[in-house]
Design a protein around this ligand. Structure first.
Ligand SMILES: Cc1cc2nc3c(=O)[nH]c(=O)nc-3n(C[C@H](O)[C@H](O)[C@H](O)COP(=O)(O)O)c2cc1C
Length: 190
């Protein structure tokens, strides 16, 4: 990643240990070639890319296995600001996922166990009962389930949208060349 893009990422994103995690829209392509999108939490970022965590049985994981090119869209609710990252998704290293699981709230750690299609179909009263039973059966906390893992999106393009102050909005786009691996930047209209 070029220094300028890395500096902007660091200025725009909260630090990796900040408790409130930013939301990203993860856009993927289905095996039928149609678009799909959903929100995921940005767990952390580094010079390799942006990381999120998910369930191996989810639709997005099947889509990524067939077509790893994705887009991430981040918005700042309180600021007129947008970051769009295009890139290639890969499985994050196991030690990163282990760190990420430990950093999750107890609620999200439990969710990683019980967020299954079968659990979703149960009546709400049974879901509450089974949730409480599972929590009570694990008074010392939860181990990371094998089905929960991390994905790193390695950027091939980063586009930072900023508003104009007394002028037009514009975007600063960094694009990585598929041939040379070198980066180029250019300014675009907003
Ligand atoms: C605020 C919010 C945060 C979410 N964070 C995640 C997340 O970090 N990982 C995840 O897999 N799903 C997350 N979800 C659920 C996804 O949006 C989505 O419903 C789920 O992952 C199933 O997506 P899929 O069927 O397209 O794979 C979140 C949803 C919301 C509303």
């Amino acid at each position: 990643m070029p220094d300028e893009a890395w500096a902007l990422l660091q200025a725009w994103l909260p630090s990796n240990d900040a408790p409130d995690r930013p939301l990203m829209t993860l856009s993927t392509i289905t095996p039928a070639g149609r678009p799909d999108a959903r929100a995921v939490l940005l767990t952390e970022y580094d010079e390799q890319g942006l990381y999120f965590h998910t369930d191996s049985g989810s639709a997005k994981v099947a889509q990524l296995a067939a077509e790893p090119h994705v887009a991430l869209t981040l918005l700042w609710p309180e600021l007129p600001r947008q970051l769009v990252v295009r890139g290639v998704a890969a499985i994050a290293p196991p030690d990163e996922s282990a760190w990420a699981y430990r950093a999750r709230s107890p609620y999200l750690q439990q969710l990683a166990w019980q967020n299954t299609p079968a659990f979703a179909e149960l009546p709400d009263s049974v879901r509450r009962e089974q949730w409480a039973e599972f929590a009570a059966a694990h008074p010392d906390g939860f181990e990371q389930p094998d089905t929960w893992f991390g994905v790193v999106v390695r950027p091939t393009e980063l586009t930072f949208w900023t508003p104009g102050v007394g002028t037009a909005s514009r975007r600063l786009r960094f694009t990585r060349s598929a041939d040379t691996g070198g980066w180029q930047s250019r300014l675009l209209s907003g």
